[in-house]
Design a protein around this ligand. Structure first.
Ligand SMILES: *[C@@H]1O[C@H](CO)[C@@H](O)[C@H](O)[C@H]1NC(C)=O
Ligand SMILES: *[C@@H]1O[C@H](CO)[C@@H](O)[C@H](O)[C@H]1NC(C)=O
Ligand SMILES: *[C@@H]1O[C@H](CO)[C@@H](O)[C@H](O)[C@H]1NC(C)=O
Ligand SMILES: *[C@@H]1O[C@H](CO)[C@@H](O)[C@H](O)[C@H]1NC(C)=O
Ligand SMILES: *[C@@H]1O[C@H](CO)[C@@H](O)[C@H](O)[C@H]1NC(C)=O
Ligand SMILES: *[C@@H]1O[C@H](CO)[C@@H](O)[C@H](O)[C@H]1NC(C)=O
Ligand SMILES: *[C@@H]1O[C@H](CO)[C@@H](O)[C@H](O)[C@H]1NC(C)=O
Ligand SMILES: *[C@@H]1O[C@H](CO)[C@@H](O)[C@H](O)[C@H]1NC(C)=O
Length: 832
């Protein structure tokens, strides 16, 4: 009872506190299914809830998993009497029933769930106080090789049971480097990168770690911790790169041949080989014991080393470790004979090559390994073709293959070519190589004249240019048709003026001496000629031209009487056409090679305009000149030697005349048929044309026209059409039936201007059908009317006959005039 009272007080206090927080209704209420969460480890006698009884219920009963901890008072107050422990029971399933006064259940039982909330009231604990493990040297970093494991009784869903592992200490610790690491969640221990590299059982076979575990994720100061000791043994790794392998090439042993092996640390690994380079063939294999084989003979000359990888994998095909690099070197044996150069070497030797001089090298090849006895070659000459002039002309250096001249210099005349057979040998093989040696001609022979003196030759000085006067001949013993044997001839003395030339026949080397310029007795009567014969190619240094390359020849030139020679072939002069008679127009000069006097004369002076001074050659005018007759006057001048054979020669004298305005203008033609019909009905006009014989400007003549007499101005008018044409017009109609001669003044406007007055005949006549009817023979004027009547009366009959005759004549004239007028003048007869 005491306990109950005590309990009562506590519960009232609690209620007070909760209501004080304004939570009325949360701690009391009618009976219904409810769930409560209560932290474990709390003080006992804690009130959980106050159920309110509803009549007829008067009391409550508690059943279920009370574990002797939960109680309910008859008034409905639910509480627990001891601290809860989640680790004992995390959830209490209770039932509350409401009873009436008779103890009969009137409500429920209603499920009431009490969840026990965890508090961190349990330490993590390692399952073992001491762990032992082992690891292979060079194990993959991060790959676990052992675990530590701790437990914590607290709720695994709360931080209270969240464990963190940590390595606290590593013994020994070298250079402060951790070789081991732990997964802080799983407790898995593995090697660090450094550990994978550095661990070595020889240096230190065992390590000790202190590993701690903390709950609360290691984050809280209130976390509990535990620690354990881990002993680790380091074991040797047998997954190691094997030593490089050497395989002798071209092996005849049966294949495959084991060459090396690899082993994984544990049995059951799957081995394979991986090529490093892609090869056309891969002559290696591995079996499942890790033995590596070469499967066929190797050829060092094809490939002298191989590198590939050995891989170990687990059942799932995952690599167990890093691949191992396998190195294979192929060892040389002497299995290749020496080989000659792909094309036969052709060497060239000059004729004057000295004894002992290098004349070329034969380089043979050997595919076996360089700088070993397998590829060292030796050379030996076996044969020489031809063996002329003797055998053994050449030697070859045993190890370098260099050829030398052994005994003497070569001569192309002896043999232009030698074929050598050379034996090339290595340790075990011999090969024959062929070499061709060509002998090259050099210019070591000088041209030699067939004779040293070509004697005397006499020629007249007028020997024609181009004549061949002499053939000379030298010979050269060098190789024909080369620059070493071709001969060029020169004249070194006796022909300073270059009158002679020499042409060489390319086939025979004969030299033809020809005359290039005329010979001249007066300047060079004797030529003491020296010929030299040379090669276009220079001679080799120790050979010189000597006297045999020179020859002499004397050429005597005889005199021939030659005609005088004019200094020019054409002499020219230019004067104005109006120069006075007797003016000097020019002069000509000629000289006689024999220095005889000269007499000049003219030929073809057809107009008789010129004369020449026989002694001086001066030319004068002897008449007035006329450009309009000859603008360029050509005559011949003749120079004749005085005495001797009176030889002569001619030249031309061209006199060009410049124009002077010395011709007055005139009518372009004779105008005879101009007429007007009489009587004139109305004023008319006609056209005429003028011309001038002087040289005209490019514009043509620019004449001006006017009436020649003042008195005619009342009857006539002249008007200019253009530079050459003008129009004559009548001013009235009162003209008589007769011929008017109209004087017309024409001015040429030149410098100075020249003027001419011409007479233009214009006829007024009776027209019959547009043609002029004119009595024949009356040129001066027409007869008067009285005379005409007299004539009519007396000769009436005769007139009829005359009329018929005249009619025919006029008609004939008219046709002729019209044909001319169409071109030059216009005649417009006025009709009735
Ligand atoms: C650690 O121990 C617990 C309880 O024995 C077990 O459930 C768990 O699998 C273990 N963990 C490891 C990594 O061995
Ligand atoms: C646990 O390890 C993880 C990854 O290694 C790391 O991110 C985490 O910070 C570690 N936790 C503690 C508490 O050290
Ligand atoms: C192997 O050697 C023999 C002579 O010893 C030779 O004839 C053959 O060509 C060689 N094979 C190769 C692949 O070098
Ligand atoms: C050298 O050999 C070549 C062909 O190999 C042949 O044409 C030539 O005539 C030979 N010369 C001599 C001098 O035998
Ligand atoms: C050539 O002419 C020279 C000089 O006139 C003379 O001495 C010589 O005898 C002549 N030679 C011959 C072969 O006629
Ligand atoms: C010039 O030299 C040739 C050989 O090159 C020789 O035969 C000849 O006798 C020499 N002539 C003289 C004049 O020395
Ligand atoms: C004309 O003679 C003079 C000397 O009399 C001379 O100087 C001139 O060159 C000569 N002219 C011609 C064309 O010969
Ligand atoms: C001048 O005039 C005449 C007549 O009209 C004509 O025939 C002639 O062609 C002309 N001459 C020139 C140069 O125009």
């Amino acid at each position: 009872m005491m306990a109950q009272t005590q309990l009562h007080c506590v519960c009232l206090l609690t209620l007070y506190l909760t209501t004080g927080h304004g939570q009325e209704g949360m701690f009391s209420g009618p009976l219904k299914p409810m769930t409560f969460s209560i932290f474990e480890g709390q003080e006992p006698s804690q009130i959980i809830f106050q159920f309110k009884a509803r009549p007829p219920a008067v009391t409550f009963k508690l059943t279920g998993e009370t574990d002797g901890i939960f109680q309910i008072q008859p008034d409905g107050l639910l509480y627990h009497t001891k601290p809860l422990d989640r680790e004992t029971r995390a959830v209490h399933k209770l039932e509350v029933s409401a009873l009436d006064a008779h103890g009969a259940t009137v409500e429920g039982p209603v499920p009431i769930t009490v969840e026990v909330k965890d508090i961190n009231d349990n330490r993590p604990t390692f399952l073992q106080s001491k762990y032992e493990g082992s690891v292979r040297q060079n194990s993959r970093p991060g790959k676990p090789f052992m675990y530590v494991n701790a437990t914590d009784l607290d709720d695994p869903n709360t931080p209270n049971a969240q464990l963190i592992y940590q390595i606290v200490m590593q013994l020994p610790k070298i250079n402060d480097v951790m070789y081991f690491q732990i997964n802080n969640k799983t407790g898995a221990i593995s090697l660090t990168l450094e550990g994978s590299k550095e661990l070595d059982p020889i240096k230190n076979p065992s390590y000790n770690l202190v590993v701690s575990v903390k709950d609360m994720g290691g984050q809280s100061e209130n976390s509990f911790s535990d620690s354990t000791s881990v002993d680790i043994t380091v074991k040797e790794n047998i997954w190691k790169t094997p030593e490089p392998v050497e395989i002798v090439e071209n092996s005849t042993d049966p294949h495959p041949i084991k060459i090396t092996q690899v082993r994984w640390n544990e049995p059951g690994a799957h081995y394979s080989l991986v090529e490093k380079e892609k090869l056309p063939r891969f002559p290696f294999s591995i079996d499942q014991e890790g033995n590596i084989y070469v499967t066929q003979p190797l050829d060092r000359e094809e490939k002298d080393s191989y590198v590939f990888y050995a891989v170990a994998k687990d059942e799932l095909g995952k690599p167990l470790a890093f691949p191992l690099q396998i190195h294979v070197k192929v060892k040389d044996i002497n299995d290749n004979p020496p080989t000659c150069p792909p094309t036969m070497p052709v060497l060239e030797v000059q004729e004057n090559e000295g004894i002992g001089n290098s004349i070329g090298t034969l380089t043979a090849h050997d595919r076996d390994e360089a700088n070993t006895v397998n590829s060292v070659l030796q050379y030996r000459i076996l044969d020489q073709v031809p063996k002329y002039p003797r055998e053994g002309l050449f030697v070859i250096q045993t190890y370098t293959g260099m050829f030398q001249l052994a005994i003497q210099s070569l001569k192309k005349q002896d043999a232009p070519q030698y074929n050598l057979t050379v034996e090339v040998s290595d340790k075990d093989f011999k090969t024959l190589c062929h070499v061709q040696i060509n002998v090259i001609d050099i210019n070591d022979q000088i041209p030699i004249f067939e004779k040293s003196d070509y004697g005397n030759l006499t020629l007249p000085e007028d020997t024609a240019v181009g004549s061949t006067i002499l053939t000379i001949q030298a010979t050269d013993a060098d190789e024909p048709f080369t620059g070493s044997s071709k001969i060029l001839y020169r004249i070194t003395q006796g022909d300073n003026e270059g009158r002679l030339g020499i042409v060489t026949d390319p086939q025979t080397n004969a030299g033809y001496v020809i005359i290039k310029k005329p010979l001249d007795f007066e300047t060079a009567a004797v030529h003491n000629i020296v010929f030299q014969a040379e090669n276009p190619e220079p001679l080799v240094s120790d050979v010189q031209y000597n006297a045999s390359s020179f020859a002499t020849f004397n050429l005597f030139v005889t005199d021939v009487n030659e005609a005088p020679q004019f200094s020019q072939r054409v002499f020219q002069a230019k004067v104005s056409e109006d120069v006075a008679v007797g003016t000097k127009l020019g002069n000509v000069t000629a000289k006689d090679p024999e220095s005889l006097d000269i007499s000049y004369s003219l030929r073809d002076d057809e107009r008789g305009w010129l004369k020449i001074d026989r002694v001086t050659g001066e030319i004068f005018s002897v008449a007035s000149l006329d450009r309009e007759a000859e603008s360029l006057y050509r005559v011949q001048v003749v120079a004749t030697e005085v005495g001797g054979s009176f030889l002569s020669s001619t030249a031309a004298f061209h006199l060009s005349l410049t124009d002077v305005n010395d011709n007055p203008p005139r009518l372009a033609k004779e105008y005879t048929g101009l007429f007007f019909c009489y009587p004139l009905r109305e004023p008319g006009s006609l056209v005429f044309e003028a011309t001038d014989d002087d040289q005209q400007s490019f514009r043509g003549p620019q004449f001006t026209f006017s009436l020649g007499s003042e008195s005619l101005q009342n009857d006539w008018e002249v008007s200019k059409i253009n530079g050459t044409h003008a129009r004559l017009s009548t001013k009235h109609t009162g003209f008589e039936e007769k011929v008017y001669n109209i004087p017309i003044r024409i001015n040429d406007g030149g410098r100075p201007p020249l003027e001419g007055t011409v007479s233009l005949p214009v006829t007024f006549c009776t027209c019959v059908e547009g043609s002029c009817f004119r009595p024949a023979g009356h040129q001066a004027g027409m007869p008067t009317v009285g005379m005409a009547v007299g004539i009519l009366l007396t000769t009436f009959l005769v007139i009829g006959i005359i009329l018929t005759v005249v009619f025919i004549r006029i008609k004939k004239n008219k046709g002729k005039d019209n044909a001319e007028g169409a071109q030059a003048s216009e005649v417009r007869p006025l009709r009735n």
